[in-house]
Ligand binder design. Structure first.
Ligand code: 3PG
Length: 213
């Protein structure tokens, strides 16, 4: 069975996508794949999000597509129904955590404090979304968390860019990084697929430099 750690390792750059037009889903996924990015998070922030996930599942088998910005159990169920391979939440409620564990889907629950991260570890989660990463102290915070929380791995998102992704990716407790900089909503809305492939390729090349092999 695929775990959250598997999903993170398959990334480990995860574009956080906001898709307003379902017709953009397949070309966007293809543009990211062409740039070497295969794990995609479609945020449930638009009415088109579930249809976009289903469309990517249907047309782009090389992509691993998950749902982000999941805030409750109903959204989790809808995402799984659309074919999402994993789920991500910005923070975590007890009900959502229970639903995620029961679903069996790889899930990266959100936390911004040590106590929240500990509560998630207690429930069996292995990879936690650190959100909002830059506003919550950035790479220095995650570095400080490694000694007291040695077994937890993190996916920092929120303010991560091509300029600071390396600060995170070189930390021992960072499994993957997420962010919208690889496919900004404006470029998606403008159908700038070549531009998005260029951003994805640049991010992939930087990743290969930081984590060779
Ligand atoms: C998320 O949900 O992970 C964030 O909104 C992404 O943040 P970013 O736009 O700052 O990358």
């Amino acid at each position: 069975m695929t775990s959250a750690r598997d999903i993170a390792a398959r990334g480990p750059l995860i574009p956080v996508l906001t898709i307003a037009d379902p017709a953009h889903a397949a070309p966007l996924a293809e543009a990211l794949l062409a740039g070497g990015v295969t794990v995609l998070e479609v945020t449930l922030r638009t009415p088109a999000a579930l249809e976009a996930i289903a469309e990517i599942v249907r047309t782009c088998p090389a992509a691993t597509v998950g749902a982000g910005t999941i805030r409750d159990a109903g959204q989790l169920a809808a995402a799984i129904g659309a074919g999402a391979a994993f789920g991500v939440s910005p923070g975590t409620t007890a009900r959502l955590a229970d639903a995620a564990r029961e679903s069996g889907i790889p899930f990266l629950p959100g936390a911004a404090t040590v106590s929240e991260a500990m509560a998630l570890a207690e429930r069996g989660f292995e990879v936690v979304k650190f959100f909002p990463a830059e506003a919550a102290g950035g790479a220095a915070t995650l570095k400080a968390w490694h000694a007291p929380l040695p077994d937890l791995r993190f996916c920092p998102t929120g303010g991560v860019t091509g300029d600071n992704a390396g600060d995170y990716l070189t930390l021992a407790n960072v499994a993957c990084v997420g962010g919208s900089w690889i496919a900004p909503a404006g470029r998606v809305a403008a159908a700038d697929w070549a531009g998005i492939t260029g951003l994805a390729r640049a991010a992939s090349e930087e990743l290969a430099r930081l984590r060779p092999g």
